[in-house]
Write a protein that binds this ligand. Structure first.
Ligand SMILES: *[C@@H]1O[C@H](CO)[C@@H](O)[C@H](O)[C@H]1NC(C)=O
Ligand SMILES: *[C@@H]1O[C@H](CO)[C@@H](O)[C@H](O)[C@H]1NC(C)=O
Ligand SMILES: [Zn+2]
Length: 492
């Protein structure tokens, strides 16, 4: 009993201060070469260029490559970044290319490598070997975040509230060969399992770069991501393929959320939204032209991850002296896209009412045929939603009563926690022994120890203030907060 009351008190304190912390956080608040259905895995070799033209093409790109980082320069730059910014970063490899080049990734976070109840975002560059702008921009992005953490509010917001993973080059072999495909001349953006056409679903045929990405998506719970391409200027969103292979708009269940994300990118870009070709600088993939086996659709279907395919420069391989300005054109877009995981969507955690145990429940939105699952360990979930609508959020977990709540999504993030009651009609699976004492301590994960200390200090300061200040002053304080438009979290 004493156990219970002390943990209830702890729960109350943590809830109170996690709300506070969350509110503060909020306040800081491919190239498509061809039209039509073309399996470009084969198209790459079927371009009917004469040997001489291909050789010329290689020479041209080789000349253009002056001023671009080589694969070993990229590795050095990643390690130098980590050397400079070790406190907020981690460097790791997700696998190797066909020719054995490590696929280096950086994680940027104030707690790199630690599992926390925060959303994760990933950027992938250089999917196509001859589209090298992304890999340069991603290193500029990493270094900018490092240089501006604790100085710029957006940098701080991202580092403190998101686990940002960056893979500058998915296709280092293609880069050094100056061509689209990898060393086996496979187009990696056609090499993923496809929802309609299992033409390349033989795992043994899958390329090592693709396999590495698939393992990565399964090991890290990404909420959203973007891959960077060149050859056009547009933000592309799912679906990329249609069931009947027609070139037509094919909306995925989260079409609205994707349009919101894509518009956030194009609207923050210097001129992507002024496109003559694409309305508002965004496009549904299949509407542009369908592809199959793409990375974007696979992320959404199998990874629970909302991925955009960003075409960031009309010129696939511009002279290196243009990279700085292309970075400036895309910088705000890239930052805003990552920050959207903190500034929009719904977020929360799910606990059982009997033990306070975190539950890896499913979260769905009524009317949208798409379900995400809360993380196994911490039971946090993060879901993007287009603002301006009312949504019914439904939490389900076998053995528990389903709960739902209706929210009005505005232009800011919402915190919605769920506390699920065991379904007593299925009582046999709910013996009291289910609530092992170990479960009480999961709640400690909500807030890390330093934050807990800050919270306790805050508690003392607040108690002191309470006695010092007049009641009215406190009322005014809350009025002012409300005026700033911050939303209180809620538990349902
Ligand atoms: C955007 O600006 C770049 C650089 O000035 C230019 O090359 C490109 O054509 C512009 N695109 C649009 C859609 O205005
Ligand atoms: C929901 O999506 C699944 C595929 O994820 C599909 O099999 C099912 O038919 C869809 N249900 C409805 C009602 O559209
Ligand atoms: Zn591409």
């Amino acid at each position: 009993m004493a156990h219970l009351s002390s943990s209830l008190l702890l729960l109350f304190l943590l809830l109170f201060f996690s709300l506070n912390l969350l509110q503060t956080a909020i306040a800081r608040g491919g190239q498509r070469l061809h039209s039509g259905f073309v399996d470009e895995r084969y198209a790459a070799s079927g371009r009917h260029l004469s040997e001489e033209t291909e050789e010329n093409h290689f020479q041209k790109l080789n000349t253009l490559a002056h001023g671009y980082m080589t694969n070993s320069d990229i590795e050095k730059a990643i390690k130098a970044f980590h050397g400079r910014c070790g406190r907020i970063s981690r460097v790791y490899s997700i696998g190797k290319s066909v020719l054995g080049v490590p696929l280096w990734a950086m994680e940027i976070s104030n707690n790199p490598g630690k599992e926390e109840a925060k959303p994760a975002f990933k950027f992938i560059g250089n999917v196509h070997g001859d589209e090298p702008v992304g890999r340069e921009l991603l290193l500029l992005l990493a270094n900018w975040l490092c240089d501006n953490y604790m100085k710029d509010p957006l940098a701080t917001l991202i580092v403190d509230n998101v686990h940002l993973h960056i893979l500058p080059s998915m296709n280092p072999d293609g880069f050094s060969l100056r061509r689209r495909g990898n060393a086996n001349n496979v187009d990696l953006n056609r090499d993923f399992p496809d929802q309609f056409f299992p033409m390349n679903n033989d795992l043994d045929e899958r390329q090592p770069e693709t396999k590495a990405i698939m393992r990565w998506i399964r090991s890290i719970r990404f909420t959203a991501s973007a891959s960077l391409h060149g050859g056009a200027l547009v933000a592309n969103y799912p679906w990329d393929g249609t069931e009947d292979k027609s070139k037509s708009y094919y909306a995925c269940p989260d079409d609205e959320a994707f349009r919101y994300m894509a518009k956030l990118y194009s609207g923050s870009h210097i001129n992507m939204s002024h496109s003559n070709e694409f309305e508002a600088g965004i496009t549904n993939g299949a509407h542009w032209y369908p592809i199959y086996g793409g990375m974007q659709d696979w992320n959404y279907i199998y990874g629970g991850c909302f991925e955009l395919t960003l075409e960031i420069s009309d010129n696939k391989w511009p002279p290196a002296n243009e990279l700085r300005s292309i970075w400036q054109f895309n910088k705000k877009s890239m930052l805003n896209l990552v920050a959207s995981l903190v500034k929009s969507g719904i977020h929360g955690r799910i606990f059982s009412s009997d033990c306070g145990e975190p539950l890896s429940a499913s979260i769905a939105i009524k009317g949208i045929n798409y379900t995400i699952k809360a993380r196994e360990s911490l039971a946090d979930y993060h879901r993007l939603l287009a603002p301006g609508h009312q949504y019914e959020v439904v939490a389900t977990m076998p053995g528990y009563k389903t709960r739902s709540t209706t929210i009005l999504m505005r232009e800011e993030a919402m915190m919605v926690d769920f506390i699920l009651e065991p379904d007593v009609t299925q009582a046999d699976s709910f013996l009291p022994s289910r609530c092992s004492s170990r479960n009480y301590f999961h709640i400690m994960d909500v807030i890390s120890k330093p934050q807990l200390q800050i919270s306790l200090t805050l508690l003392l300061v607040l108690a002191f203030l309470y006695f010092l200040m007049k009641r009215k002053a406190i009322v005014n304080h809350f009025k002012a907060r409300r005026a700033k438009g911050q939303r209180r979290g809620s538990a349902v």
